[in-house]
Write a protein that binds this ligand. Structure first.
Ligand code: TYD
Ligand code: MG
Length: 451
């Protein structure tokens, strides 16, 4: 049982209970329940002052002038720059480049007329200084503060009144009024909610850095995402130099856009033309490789998918997938088996997407299927071929979004032949130098891809 004044809170979903449990009854997570100090009862909110609502038409339209971050790719993901007073949560694995990115942005924003503040709760001032030198972000107007106590941080913000602030990270800050340790869900929630209050009251643009749990959610997950205006996630793994910044929530723009960045010796730089980045470096096609005409947000991207199908030395064959979903690959293997007579039952299957990119759209199915078949047959696809199409359970190839844009990009990058879903292909305008081959089924695709 809880001691007086304490409550047990699940660190995953925020559910509370009066006694400890090994497994949360709400979200079924094991070992996530910890004891926290109960918050004092607050007086009823009904005694607040009565205000006068106004007709929506009489509200002045906020021209919401946006502040460019200095990185065009990031501005695109944000919907055209930062909105003053907005709160942006930046999540991602440790070491992916969150602190680096924000230090670079702040240094570019800092000027005599724009006050910016970088609050670090994780690193020392000298570490920040060293990083600033490395990425060329040494500016006299970039102010730093090493502090873990959120009370002091909030006080400093109120007094010093910056235009933009970074809190790195929300999990490392500690709110003095909350009993639990830094990083617990109550702490994270309270700090985020006060940070939102600070931001809205004074047009202060706030960046919150959030760590990601093993499951890929920002710790103290759902609650935090609801409170802020924009949620950005860093993707890619630290062993690759490419980084993808994706908006998963954005009150001021679309959530489809991604930013492509590269981690260099001097910090993150934008990749404005990703042409060929995710294509085979040799330029020749080899067995087990297929080029997918993918779409990331509004941007077509050509990406190589690789597969290796091999005799297994083990009793149980393995299926190892990176950059795509295992369930998708299993489905495609089953469809190939039943609809095209291609068996992989006793074979190991490995699938990989070039450059650490994650291909989640169904249009990549055809690339997965043909890369697999190509590896099984030990035969490359005909040179210069790009493919796309979703594969249905009966082996039918289904249409994809924005086929024309994908084909134009493929043609621009020198590919000469494209296997595309038959439905929708008849309406396509001719694309110079590109032979478009419509296919209706995966069997048909296998038939034409190698000849
Ligand atoms: P960092 O921004 O500290 O990551 P996060 O805040 O998300 O944990 O990134 C650290 C990694 O980036 C580290 O492995 C070193 C590398 N790095 C570079 O390659 N070039 C650079 O200019 C900097 C500053 C870091
Ligand atoms: Mg960091």
């Amino acid at each position: 049982m809880a001691r007086r004044g304490t409550v047990f809170v699940c660190q995953n979903c925020g559910a509370t209970s009066p006694k400890w449990m090994g497994r949360c009854t709400d979200c079924s997570t094991w070992g996530s329940v910890i004891e926290e100090i109960r918050q004092p009862e607050r007086p009823s909110a009904r005694s607040g002052t009565v205000r006068e609502p106004v007709p929506v038409t009489s509200v002045p339209e906020d021209s919401a002038q946006r502040i460019p971050t200095g990185l065009g790719e990031l501005d695109r993901v944000l919907g055209g720059g930062m909105v003053p007073g907005s709160v942006i949560l930046l999540g991602g694995d440790p070491g992916i480049g969150k602190s680096t990115l924000l230090l670079q942005i702040l240094a570019r924003l800092a000027s005599p007329s724009r006050k910016v503040l970088y609050v670090t709760a994780e690193e020392s001032m000298s570490q920040i200084r060293m990083r600033a030198r490395r990425v060329g972000s040494e500016s006299d107007h970039l102010m730093v503060l090493a502090e873990t106590d959120f009370g002091s941080v909030a006080g400093t913000i109120e007094k010093w009144a910056p235009d933009t602030v970074v809190l790195d990270s929300v999990q490392a800050l500690h709110h003095p009024d909350i009993g639990s340790s830094a990083g617990s869900i109550s702490q994270v929630r309270e700090i985020a909610s006060e940070a939102v209050g600070l931001a809205k009251g004074r047009d202060l643009t706030t960046w919150l850095v959030g760590h990601v749990t093993k499951e890929g959610a920002i710790a103290g997950p759902r609650t935090l995402e609801h409170m802020v205006d924009t949620v950005l996630y860093f993707e890619g793994d630290s062993s690759h130099t490419y980084r993808i910044l994706r908006a998963v929530k954005n009150r001021f723009g679309s959530t489809n856009e991604i930013a492509l960045l590269e981690m260099t010796g001097q910090g993150l730089v934008e990749i404005t033309d990703p042409a060929g980045l995710f294509l085979p470096s040799t330029g020749r096609s080899s067995p087990g490789s297929a080029v997918v005409m993918a779409l990331e947000g509004s941007r077509p991207l050509l990406v190589e998918v690789q597969a290796l199908v091999a005799q297994t030395p083990f009793p149980n064959p393995r299926r190892t997938v990176s950059g795509s979903e295992l369930s998708r690959v299993l489905l495609i293997l089953a469809v190939l088996d039943r609809r095209a007579g291609i068996q992989t039952g006793g074979l190991d299957v490995f699938v990989n997407v070039a450059g650490g990119l994650r291909l989640t759209e169904p249009a990549a199915d055809m690339g997965l299927a043909l890369a697999l078949v190509s590896s099984i047959l030990e035969k490359p696809l005909r040179g210069g071929t790009a493919v796309c199409g979703e594969i249905g359970l009966s082996g039918e190839v289904r249409p994809v979004l924005r086929l024309e844009g994908r084909l134009k990009e493929a043609s621009r990058l020198g590919l000469t032949r494209a296997l595309v879903p038959a439905s929708g292909a008849d309406k396509l305008p001719a694309i110079k130098g590109m032979e478009v081959v419509p296919v209706e089924t995966v069997e048909e695709a296998v038939h034409v891809a190698f000849t």
